[in-house]
Design a binder for this molecule. Structure first.
Ligand code: FES
Length: 203
């Protein structure tokens, strides 16, 4: 029942110089994304028994490596920030909640669960080739989550900002992102919907 993260700790007992990020150990914090036998995933929820031997572990691809399994995430977070991952509503009203119907709330299922591990974005060839401009699957999933939120009043502005051949439309739906997501989310489908909203917004 040993998870890969525990195995890495065992290796670290023998070589304390081995460096990797981790925290929650249960697939929630998203800090231990790495490339495991050629597929991005979280070491803490990857059973060693599920892996074929020899197990080859590399840092998440397409990003600068700081040391061992630790990559530089600044660009990833810059793109996330650019997606404006926060609710924009009417002027702050502390007296009332921003209510949603159960149906409106259900629409953001599959979007809010992202833990920002970077497994999707760093598995995307469009991101490897254009990481300075293409926002990548994680940021676009977040953008989609707020575009479809019934409480947000900046939908049109959001779509205009995302209407860009590189930021959004550089996605070619290779679907590595959906294949890699350890939370079972579907960024590729969200980006397709986002593209549809942008095109509809032209009309
Ligand atoms: Fe937190 Fe793996 S250690 S997700």
């Amino acid at each position: 029942g040993m998870m890969l993260l525990e195995a890495l700790h065992k290796i670290k007992e023998q070589d304390p110089s081995l460096t990797f990020r981790h925290s929650c150990q249960e697939g929630v914090c998203g800090s231990d994304g790495m490339n495991i036998n050629g597929k991005n995933g979280l070491s803490c929820i990857t059973p060693v028994a599920s892996l074929t031997s020899p197990v080859v572990i590399k840092p998440l691809p397409g990003m600068p490596i700081i040391r061992d399994l630790i990559i530089e995430m600044d660009l990833f977070y810059q793109h996330y920030q650019e997606a404006k991952p926060f609710l924009q509503t009417e002027p702050l009203d502390l007296q009332h909640e921003h209510l949603q119907s159960p149906e409106e709330r259900a629409k953001i299922d599959g979007g809010y669960e992202c833990i920002l591990c970077g497994c999707c974005t760093t598995s995307c060839p469009s991101f490897w080739w254009n990481s300075d401009q293409f926002l990548g699957p994680a940021a676009l999933l977040a953008a989609h989550r707020f575009v479809i939120d019934s409480r947000d009043i900046k939908t049109i502005d959001r779509l205009k900002e995302l209407d860009d051949p590189m930021k959004t439309f550089r996605c070619r739906h290779i679907q590595n992102c959906t294949n890699a997501c350890p939370k079972g989310l579907n960024p590729s489908r969200a980006i397709q919907e986002l593209k549809n909203f942008i095109v509809e917004n032209h009309e």
